[in-house]
Design a protein around this ligand. Structure first.
Ligand code: FES
Length: 108
């Protein structure tokens, strides 16, 4: 078992759900970790690392639908289901995120 597997997550309130318009993403900091939080048009919330694993693009500015997030720099796509790249690059890290009475709570 690696040290990563032993690490426990901590939940942080990073903002309010209404700060993220439907269909868009916004950048936040959760416990010192830069994250990108997305509110999809179906109402679901998703969170990723803020910097694209390919070359550091700002994922919060990416385009998204219910299946994938597309980085704005080189248009690499990442699946919401598991963070895998559909373009053959490294996967994006996903973080649990939930709506707690209108607060955005992200576990990092
Ligand atoms: S930096 Fe995101 S696809 Fe290149």
């Amino acid at each position: 078992m690696s040290l990563t597997e032993l690490r426990t997550s901590t939940a942080y309130t990073v903002g309010r759900v209404e700060e993220v318009p439907p269909g868009e993403g916004r950048a936040f900091v959760a416990g010192g970790v830069q994250v990108a939080v997305f509110r999809l048009r179906d109402g679901s919330l998703h969170a990723t690392q803020a910097a694209c694993p390919h070359a550091g693009g700002p994922l919060a500015d990416g385009q998204t639908d219910v299946d994938v997030l597309v980085c704005p720099l080189h248009l690499y796509a990442y699946r919401w289901s598991d963070g895998a790249s559909t373009s053959g690059t490294a996967p994006v890290r996903l973080y649990p995120v939930r709506d707690v009475d209108g607060d955005l709570v992200v576990e990092v």
